[in-house]
Design a protein around this ligand. Structure first.
Ligand SMILES: Cc1ncc(COP(=O)(O)O)c(C=O)c1O
Length: 398
């Protein structure tokens, strides 16, 4: 593949690195002019007079470490607002609480298993219904959008099959039918460095910060970003009322992780592409899924909509569960573990691990078979990663 920076229609924000390092971090806001924002480990804040304070009163309602982080994430998305939550699923819960009993959600069928589980097993108890649809196909939107549809949930690229949804096309179609439908995009796999859903028609962008945004696999956190003040007000109310807040220490860590997001994503892209190209020509691999491969069904949408690729690669190993298991027990640099987006390379067996909560018939329909393996390609040396995959593939047939 030619230079990844030259193949995309959309340019990377040339100021991204400056925003990541400076947005929300002004030392002048601290008494001692801390260059690095302090961790505000306090549950409460002294008031000058009853209900008169310096912007913070109680740690659940707000905390300076959280504000610093939220300002930085919003700036990276060129958005007005960001709210962070105790996990990506906490962020999902806060969004679901924008709805009421009887409301309907139209969601992409190939999405994170935990999101599917939340809507089908938890939100359903409160009268919220969900229909799953493959947004990469020609969908009859007039038929799919019900009078009670309030939220459309898209994850792109999807987890784990890395399908790419034409976000602008779908958002336009939906908003043409009904302007009041909230469109949410889970942008966890690409981050704001490589894709900006708010510019493509989304009202909300959701992140599992546990992945690339933090990038160090040591924090569980979620975020929602928006330009809409009405949604921001409701989400902020939910953040406090539901109590699903991140700790000040975790906010400090994610804020620190963001400082190298642009540097890490470039390297994830390079290693991810190298791994995808290696796997695609390997005789023990049935099929490789990566939007950067010309063989990917939505390759052209990716080139138009993204400004880069992350380190996510999925592939079908030749054989079945036996070969997949042998491969996953033979990797040495890649680690068999759930999650993604950290500096270390991970391998996942979606059917038995991250997507085990998706019903078996849905998994089969989506292509989450026993020989599907998802890789989060990290920042180790490219040739070592490829050598590791090669020896594990060979071991899968021994
Ligand atoms: C795409 C995506 N969205 C949301 C989540 C949920 O995030 P968290 O694990 O931080 O709750 C995950 C977790 O794997 C994910 O992969």
């Amino acid at each position: 593949m030619s230079d990844p920076n030259k193949i995309f229609k959309l340019a990377i924000d040339p100021h991204f690195g400056t925003k990541a390092i400076h947005a929300g971090q002004n030392p002048d806001k601290w008494t001692f002019r801390n260059v690095i924002p302090p961790i505000s480990m306090t549950t409460t804040f002294k008031q000058i007079a009853p209900a008169k304070h310096y912007g913070f009163e109680y740690g659940r309602s707000g905390n300076p470490s959280r504000s610093v982080l939220q300002e930085c994430i919003a700036a990276l998305e060129d958005a007005k607002y960001c709210l962070t939550y105790s996990s990506g699923l906490g962020a999902t819960t806060a969004v679901a609480h924008l709805l009421k009993s009887g409301d309907h959600v139209l969601a992409g069928d190939d999405m994170y298993g935990g999101t599917n589980r939340y809507f089908s097993k938890v939100a359903s108890k409160f009268g919220i219904t969900m229909t799953l649809v493959d947004f990469t196909k020609d969908v009859n939107m007039e038929k799919m959008i019900l009078p009670e549809t309030k939220l459309v949930w898209m994850e792109s690229p999807t987890n784990p099959c890395l399908r790419v949804i034409d976000l602008e096309k779908i958002s336009n179609l939906i908003h043409k039918i009904r302007k009041d439908i909230i469109i949410l995009v889970d942008n966890t796999f690409l981050t704001s460095y490589f894709q900006k859903p708010l510019t493509l028609g989304a009202d909300l962008v959701l992140y599992s910060c546990s992945k690339y945004l933090n990038g160090h696999s040591d924090v569980i956190m979620g975020a929602v970003v928006t330009n809409r003040s009405d949604l921001y007000e409701d989400l902020a109310f939910n953040q406090n009322s539901l109590g699903i807040i991140p700790s000040p220490f975790d906010c400090f860590l994610v804020n620190r992780g963001l400082k190298t997001l642009h540097v890490r994503m470039k390297e994830h892209q390079k290693n991810g592409l190298a791994v995808a190209q290696f796997l695609e020509q390997h005789p023990l691999v049935e099929k490789t899924l990566h939007p950067g491969l010309p063989s990917h069904p939505q390759h052209n949408i990716a080139l138009r909509q993204f400004s880069g690729f992350s380190g996510m690669v999925s592939f079908y190993i030749k054989g079945g569960l036996k070969e997949a298991t042998k491969f996953l027990q033979s990797i040495k640099i890649f680690c068999l573990a759930e999650s993604l987006g950290g500096y270390e390379s991970l391998a996942d067996h979606p059917a038995l691990m991250t997507h085990a909560s998706v019903p078996e018939n849905e998994r089969a329909f989506l292509g989450i078979t026993d020989n599907l393996i998802r890789l989060s390609v990290g920042l180790e040396s490219e040739q070592d990663l490829i050598a590791d995959l090669d020896q594990a593939l060979k071991a899968s047939v021994n």
